[in-house]
Design a protein around this ligand. Structure first.
Ligand SMILES: Nc1nc2c(c(=O)[nH]1)N[C@H]1C(S)=C(S)[C@@H](COP(=O)(O)O)O[C@H]1N2
Ligand SMILES: [Mo]
Length: 302
């Protein structure tokens, strides 16, 4: 297990202090509301699902984002998502389930014990980061809904409102952003329902107040700012697959042997340490997830 690095060491003092000072000035009721982006999360346990690698600095993870609803360049979401209103926030779990449920974000925060998991995150654009995410397995919320026999896939949907996301008209994407997993992938304990990072609730640009993290797949499967989780019978549509089906498949497992049509997927650049590294099969999570794909042709099912 990795030695725990205090966040004060990996976050520049200036940022760390300014956030603390900021919180010091906020009325108690608001500061204690966990839906507020950048609030310290209490009682978070370390999870064994943690890689022993150098954590990418907070100022990189929180300033180099893909969130097309808030702009297509990497520095736009951090600026343009600042006023994104994430409270109140509801997440509905519906479809082929016995118990359709609507959760407030406070319900989501308390649904299961929060864990910190340091995961590798690999964007399809061949950069990667290592992030201490906070949340619990997605299976926790799915199993409470009691999926029926027709629940073969899980479909996810991001909040969408053009007034709050004016830049999204230039995204080139069909919105709301949608994603999907096969049922066994969604129930895999590594699939994380994520509410925080670096000890705090998620910043807006990283998908506040609740997002998915699927560490063995390319980053676009990790859908942000979720409002709907629907259990369905047929393979659901996925935003990047709709956009460019030959480039982005439903599975999108990290695979160094299957190149993107326009670039190699064999290596990646780890942000913050300038090093090029070999990309690992399933992003290094093969021991855990390879069995989900036993017998499948991963060139066809890219
Ligand atoms: N709703 C939504 N979710 C999204 C995206 C997006 O544009 N919109 N981008 C995806 C991509 S391509 C990546 S790499 C990750 C980036 O997450 P991060 O900004 O927290 O690193 O979010 C994914 N989830
Ligand atoms: Mo990505």
């Amino acid at each position: 297990m990795s030695e725990k690095i205090p966040y004060s060491q990996i976050t520049p003092k200036r940022l760390y202090m300014s956030r603390r000072e900021l919180l010091a000035g906020i009325p108690l009721a608001l500061a204690s509301s966990q839906a507020f982006a950048g609030t310290k999360l209490e009682g978070v346990k370390k999870s064994p699902y943690t890689v022993d690698e150098k954590i990418t600095p907070y100022e990189i993870t929180s300033k180099y984002n893909n969130y097309y609803e808030f702009g297509t360049s990497k520095d736009q979401p951090a600026k343009l998502a600042q006023k994104f209103k994430t409270s109140p926030w509801m997440v509905s779990v519906e479809g082929e389930v016995a118990k359709k449920t609507k959760y407030s974000i406070d319900d989501i925060m308390k649904l299961a014990p929060l864990e910190e998991r340091v995961y590798r995150h690999r964007c399809v654009e061949a950069w990667s980061i290592v992030v201490p995410w906070i949340g619990y397995s997605l299976s926790e919320i799915i199993k409470r809904a009691e999926p029926g026999p027709k629940a073969k896939y899980v479909a996810f949907e991001t909040y969408y409102n053009l007034e709050q996301m004016p830049e999204s008209r230039f995204s080139g994407l069909q919105l709301p952003y949608v994603e999907g997993l096969r049922m066994d992938e969604a129930m895999h304990p590594l699939a994380l329902l994520c509410v925080g990072m670096y000890g705090e609730s998620l910043p807006n640009q990283d998908g506040a107040p609740v997002r998915l993290i699927v560490p063995w797949k390319y980053g676009y499967k990790s859908i942000k700012s979720i409002v709907k989780i629907k259990l369905v019978e047929k393979q659901p549509p996925c935003t990047w697959n709709l956009m460019q089906p030959a480039e982005y498949g439903f599975y999108s497992n990290v695979n160094p042997d299957v190149d993107h049509p326009r670039w190699s997927q064999g290596t990646e650049r780890r942000l913050g340490d300038l090093q090029k590294r070999k990309t690992l099969m399933f992003n290094g999570y093969g021991n855990e997830v390879a069995s989900l794909y036993a017998g499948m042709n991963l060139r066809k099912n890219y």
